[in-house]
Write a protein that binds this ligand. Structure first.
Ligand code: ADP
Length: 539
């Protein structure tokens, strides 16, 4: 059970520890990675926006420069001056196409350098339609896709020297220049930047993993030490104090644990001391008790011996006195006065009572000192025989008696066992008195080390106050209303003594007015059982 508990604690502890470490590592790596990747993405977006803005500005400048250069040179077809302007513009490697249209958007000249860009622009035109061309007077962005930015700028009639400077509303619109620029280096730069940011984020995260693992292992080292120490404590061992804990909360925890372990050790030492002194006391007390028991046993045996000797020595003179009284009564009955005769009779009666008493005492003493011959006794047959001898009494008093189950065959002194059952059955009949239900049952149950036998009756029963008394010599149940029944209070004392010689004990369960059950055990080792003999059960 303890081992199981230990294993469980170890398993659970190990699992918990690895889970805690894994959790800390995962969370820390996640907390490092998320902002890193977010920063990389943010940097990329911002760079792209800045690049596009720059590109847009460049296109707008070129478009407006072209529009100014073409002012006054827009004709169908484009004249040499206009063409030379366009050729000059086409020298810029970033130019994708250039389209010159008149004020009605009728194409005058188209120069395509990058077919793809032109295709993209044509697509925009188709989708947007002419209405989407916006205010004609101002340069506008026509579209922007990936790194392609298209601008349209109006071409105005150049101001004539005699007309002075005219406002935009007064000048004549000659057409538009539409051009798009494509900057592949910007796209490449952006891609490089994206790849660089992503790589930097990944490297940062990968580098953070071992660092985080090392840091977590260092942070949790005191916890691991605490865990190992608590497990040692749980196994009843004394863990070494936790040293080298950092000067933080975990350090405080380790200090508290060290204090606690020290106190626990003190308590253990005190407990061991107390245990040792208790053990000493118990041993002393046991020795004293054993000595007292031996003294008591020797006193009891001395007393019994004295009682036996006195009883024996008193027996002969008493028998003599009784014999002489009987002889005087028989010989001088005719000549003696009534008073003398009466006194002789009283002498005889008293001598008989004292002789009975002495016989009882001697009998008890013999039970204790003379174990008797142990032969196989079939208790079933023995009780059946007793029932037969009691048949007349049972019939007269209308009592039924039965044996429940098969009583065992044991090795014992037959007369002693007969005495046990005789006394118990006699009492059961004697104290049935005026009970309405009149039944006696003898039963037996085999237990691991003993035979448990019982005699139950439905008679008068015994008052609770009398129960502790009735197994003592010359004690009778004075509270149970049965003392008018003749008796000397010797039977149960004899039964108890016999049962004890066979390593058993006897006790009674009884309720006044409801009957009694006397239980007694016989130690199997003392009555060394022999295989049961097949005996017919009582009818
Ligand atoms: P005795 O019967 O001669 O008085 P015992 O030693 O046999 O002496 O019994 C002691 C007392 O126990 C009896 O006086 C009686 O009051 C009580 N007793 C014994 N057996 C029974 C019984 N079966 N039912 C009721 N009382 C009993």
């Amino acid at each position: 059970m303890t081992e199981h508990h230990d294993n469980k604690a170890r398993g659970a502890g190990g699992r918990r520890r690895s889970t805690l470490q894994r959790k800390l590592v995962l969370w820390t790596v996640a907390l490092v990675s998320l902002p890193t990747f977010f920063c990389a993405a943010w940097l990329t977006v911002m760079t792209r926006t800045a690049l596009e803005r720059n590109q847009g500005q460049a296109v707008s400048v070129v478009a407006q420069t072209a529009a100014v250069a073409l002012a006054g040179r827009v004709s169908e077809p484009l004249g040499p001056e206009g063409r030379s302007v366009i050729e000059g513009l086409a020298l810029d490697k970033r130019l994708s196409f250039l389209l010159v249209v008149d004020a009605e958007f009728k194409p005058i000249h188209l120069r395509v350098i990058d077919d793809h860009s032109w295709g993209v622009f044509a697509q925009w035109q188709k989708q947007a339609g002419r209405a989407a061309m916006g205010a004609l007077q101002r340069p506008i962005v026509l579209g922007r896709e990936q790194n392609l930015t298209a601008w349209r700028a109006p071409i105005w009639e150049p101001p004539l020297p005699d007309r002075g400077s005219l406002g935009a509303g007064e000048r004549k619109l000659m057409g538009f220049v539409i051009l798009a620029m494509h900057d592949p280096t910007a796209a490449a730069t952006l891609r490089q930047l994206q790849a660089g940011a992503l790589t930097a984020a990944c490297v940062a995260c990968l580098l953070s993993i071992p660092l985080v693992v090392i840091a977590v292992r260092r942070w949790t080292a005191p916890l691991r030490m605490l865990l190992a120490a608590t497990q040692r404590l749980a196994q009843g061992q004394t863990p070494a104090p936790i040293a080298g804990a950092p000067d933080d909360d975990l350090g405080m925890l380790a200090d508290s644990f060290n204090d606690m372990t020290a106190k626990l050790q003190d308590f253990r030492a005190q407990l061991q001391e107390a245990n040792a002194s208790l053990e000493d006391k118990v041993q002393q007390r046991t020795a004293e008790l054993e000595r007292a028991k031996r003294e008591l046993e020797s006193e009891i045996s001395e007393k019994n011996e004295f009682l036996r000797a006195v009883s024996h020595d008193l027996g002969a003179p008493l028998r003599n006195i009784g014999g002489m009284a009987a002889m005087l009564l028989a010989k001088y009955k005719a000549v003696l006065a009534d008073d003398a005769l009466n006194k002789l009779e009283r002498i005889g009666a008293n001598v008989k009572a004292q002789t009975d008493l002495i016989n009882d005492l001697l009998d008890l003493s013999r039970i204790r000192t003379r174990p008797g011959k142990r032969l196989p006794v079939d208790l079933h047959i023995l009780v059946q025989e007793l029932i037969e001898t009691l048949a007349f009494d049972l019939d007269r008093t209308s009592i039924t008696m039965e044996i429940r189950g098969r009583l065992p065959v044991i090795h014992a002194d037959r007369n002693r066992l007969r005495q046990v059952f005789q006394n118990l059955l006699d009492n059961a009949i004697k104290y049935m008195l005026d009970a309405r239900e009149r039944r006696i049952i003898v039963a037996c149950r085999e237990e691991e080390e003993t035979w448990l036998l019982s005699v139950s009756d439905t008679g008068r029963g015994i008052a609770e106050a009398d129960l502790p008394q009735i197994f003592h010599l010359y004690r009778r149940a004075t509270h149970s209303g049965s003392h008018q029944v003749p008796g000397r209070g010797v039977g149960l004392a004899s039964v108890k003594t016999i049962v004890e010689t066979y390593g058993g004990r006897i006790w009674v369960e009884s309720r006044l007015g409801q009957g009694s059950t006397f239980h007694f055990t016989l130690d199997k080792r003392m009555v060394s059982p022999v295989p049961p003999v097949a005996v017919p059960l009582a009818p």
